[in-house]
Design a protein around this ligand. Structure first.
Ligand code: GSH
Length: 214
């Protein structure tokens, strides 16, 4: 069975949520690639040392959450990774989001969370401000699209929905004003009603992330 290396950080969380949503036959193995003594092992799997990583017998290790989601959907044969005419539409939202909405959330999440959790220096107010500016530039596009539909592509959740929401589980900490965008708020509530999204780590022995210092 393939092994998916994960932690509770945003991109590994996304990959675990996908695996759980698809009920994919993978072994979920918690990892800490930047912990002392782990570099050699994880650099051999991913030259970027980061997780998630999917290790499957007879194949090169696969890193990047998007590629892993594609592979997991292939393994289970579900169109969570859309096929046919809906595929370009799904890829459009993944690609757009990575440059815009998701990028904005990532910047804010890093400055308000990751940087502080891992002692990576003081918050950078310019990055935080740019993250907020980008959020308000791009959230209206997402909000308008979601005003007339439940999911980004088609009539059921796809990977585009999961990818777009990568950082939103941390919004209590990020404090992005999602409530200013009612269709995004309603869409995210629908995502949270999926158990795989709401609690991807249920039943797993996954250490909590380091706390954010007060
Ligand atoms: N673009 C990569 C990003 C991977 C990444 O940045 N992973 C971070 C977490 S978000 C990581 O490995 N952090 C170390 C850890 O979680 O222990 C992806 O989508 O998979």
């Amino acid at each position: 069975m393939p092994t998916l290396y994960y932690s509770r950080n945003p991109n590994p969380r996304l990959a675990v949520a996908v695996a759980r949503h698809l009920d994919a036959p993978v072994t979920l193995e918690w990892a800490a690639p930047f912990a002392p003594g782990q570099a050699e092992r994880f650099l051999a799997l991913n030259p970027g040392q980061r997780i998630p990583i999917l290790v499957e017998e007879g194949a090169e290790p696969l890193w990047e959450a998007d590629a892993i989601a594609c592979r997991l959907a292939q393994i289970v044969g579900l169109d969570f990774w859309r096929q046919g005419r809906d595929q370009p539409d799904m890829i459009r939202w993944i690609s757009w989001g990575k440059e815009t909405f998701v990028r904005a959330c990532d910047m804010v999440s890093f400055e308000t969370g990751t940087r502080l959790r891992y002692g990576l220096g003081p918050q950078d107010p310019a990055v935080l401000a740019e993250g907020h500016r980008m959020f308000h530039e791009h959230a209206p596009i997402l909000d308008r699209h979601l005003a007339t539909r439940d999911w980004l592509t088609g009539t059921s959740p796809s990977y585009a929905d999961f990818r777009t929401a990568t950082f939103l589980p941390w919004n209590a900490n990020m404090r992005l004003p999602l409530r200013d965008y009612p269709a995004i708020t309603a869409w995210y509530a629908r995502l949270e009603s999926l158990s795989a999204w709401a609690d991807p780590f249920r039943g797993l022995d996954a250490p909590e992330l380091p706390p954010i210092p007060a």
